[in-house]
Design a protein around this ligand. Sequence first.
Ligand SMILES: [Zn+2]
Length: 363
Amino acid sequence: MKAFKLFICIAAAIAALCSCSKKDDGGVRVVIVGTDGLRWQEVFGGIDAAIIDSSKFTGKEAAKNLFWKETREERRAALMPFTWDFVAKNGILIGDKENGSSFSVTNKMWFSYPGWSEIVTGYADDARVNSNNAVPNPNVSVLEVAQNTEKYKGKVLAFGSWERFKEIINEDRCGFPVNAGFEGYPEGYKTTAKEDYLTRMLKEMVPYVSTVRQDVITHEFALEAMRTRHPEFLFIGYGETDDWAHAYKYDISNICCRNFDGYLRELWEYAQSDPFYKDRTVFIVTTDHGRGWFNAWDAHGSSIEGSGDTWLMVYGKGIPAKGVLTSGEYHTNQIAPTAAKLLGIELPAHEGMGEPLDFAGMK
Ligand SMILES: [Zn+2]
């Protein structure tokens, strides 16, 4: 009897090891994160004295009380502590035009749908992707390409504050739920108790913009998915940094920026606490467009100078700790090819698609 029990124990241990090694495929996880219309000037310089001097915007005193410091380095650390405590020491930041590197979109639209579409597909399509209207994206995202591989089928999820992500990522075609706007998960999708609670809050919160839900809801849905569904390829698009800027509110827009930085910290810390993600996850973080300077800070688009300039941060598995780059011109159309390369999937070539980023060759 004892021998039999021992046999059962050994068999169970072997089975556990096998199921573990089956689950632990050694693969890289990729999280693409963005926040809408956050300027490189704030990311690399903190709050901006020129905007504080402009009479056009509100909340400037509050912004100053919260985030003003004497030096550029102190200001940015006050606004985005995780970025400057952690990412700058452990990853790569691109797009500080005052220090020699640039990051920009290749589309000529310089507003949201074309920007996000370029992020997820790897190319601009100004002939067809040139409005923010609720038109399903004719182009295929790297998320959809992954979903259509045997390796990543059922392991891709997307979250967005703006309801338009359902069209940008093309929920009707892509094969996975796009939890965006005021819908949450689609009807019939099996949800957790926390997701049901978030959906209830989502339905009852009064939105500031009718098409964009509060970022905290998007963030909590994404974290709950990481905890309970373990997607291997994840997209998260936050939105409030843009909406409050369009509303001229420099304080609230920057509070949302600080919140965004806190979400990045929480995503990273969660990933490092879960063996499924720990030491094997790459975060690619960006924005869909820039905005104007001084009195044009609220605006962006092809007529607003500089609003095609953006930024990128990358950190996590295998990413060298190079801090802020001081040279090189890089573009949004390189993000999807980079994600594909990290995941080991083939992104079909397309006119205007960028090259995957060569982290080792960067300076
Ligand atoms: Zn935008």
